[in-house]
Design a protein around this ligand. Structure first.
Ligand SMILES: [Zn+2]
Length: 246
């Protein structure tokens, strides 16, 4: 497919995606131009959905960011996403959302999707089942209070879970969102290393996957910009998760 036609298709898909979000404010394709990465399609997950990874076609990625919201750094990541007219899902910590509710709300109002990531980043597999669920529910409640909307999407801290815990989280009304292409940016690697790692993992999984970076780090915006550029160059398409209704 010629690049101009492919860009036109992306532009068309993006306008559709914005309509689907119900008019939430977000970047317009006009601001970005036809070469922007954009959003190729959206997915609405429910409690009955298969894991989102199973819903991806080759060439498709879902962008996710964990551990925010962080003063300044989250906004810089959002700006990098805006510059490519693309959308991500941010898994916020309850404690962080509680102290920065305005920032949590800004993420949502910019057209991104918000999930929760526990109250305080405890390793839930180290807690009793009841305490783990209580921690996750407290995180979800705090994030929901900050953004004023339900946030059933959930990511385990350290992506650490087991079948019993995943089942208990599901029973508590949360939808687990896994990771298949981790940039290991928590090791404070360089943006180049993180992006190389993500691309390698996408290749290993048939050129598709759930990408993870963290927005509160010093290099988060640089990593995001580099990642978006690399995804675009390699012909990947971004799939955005919709904000579930509860
Ligand atoms: Zn985390």
């Amino acid at each position: 497919m010629c690049p101009a036609f492919s860009a036109l298709l992306r532009a068309t898909a993006l306008s559709g995606a914005i309509l689907l979000t119900g008019g939430l404010e977000g970047p317009s394709q006009a601001q970005c131009g036809p070469d922007a990465l954009g959003v190729s399609r959206t997915l609405m997950l429910t409690a009955e959905s298969p894991p989102p990874y199973d819903l991806l076609e080759p060439g498709e990625v879902i962008l996710t960011f964990d551990d925010g919201p962080a003063t300044f750094r989250t906004k810089r990541v959002m700006k990098a996403l805006d510059q490519e007219c693309t959308r991500a899902t941010f898994f916020l910590l309850g404690n962080e959302a509680e102290v920065r509710p305005g920032l949590a709300k800004d993420i949502r109002e910019a057209g991104h999707t918000v999930g929760s990531h526990s109250l305080d980043h405890a390793r839930l597999t180290n807690l009793s089942l009841a305490a783990a669920v209580e921690n996750a529910e407290a995180g979800k409640t705090a994030v929901e209070a900050a953004i004023g909307q339900p946030t059933p999407l959930f990511r385990f801290p350290y992506v650490a879970t087991n079948p019993e815990l995943s089942q208990a989280i599901r029973a508590a009304g949360m939808i687990e969102v896994a990771v298949t292409a981790d940039g290991a940016d928590w090791t404070y690697n360089t943006p180049e290393e993180a992006v190389e790692m993500i691309l390698a993992k996408l290749e290993q999984h048939g050129r598709r996957g759930m990408v993870l970076l963290h927005d509160p780090q010093e290099n988060s915006a640089a990593r995001t910009r580099l990642l978006l550029q690399a995804l675009k160059e390699q012909g990947y398409r971004v799939v955005a998760l919709e904000q579930p209704e509860g």
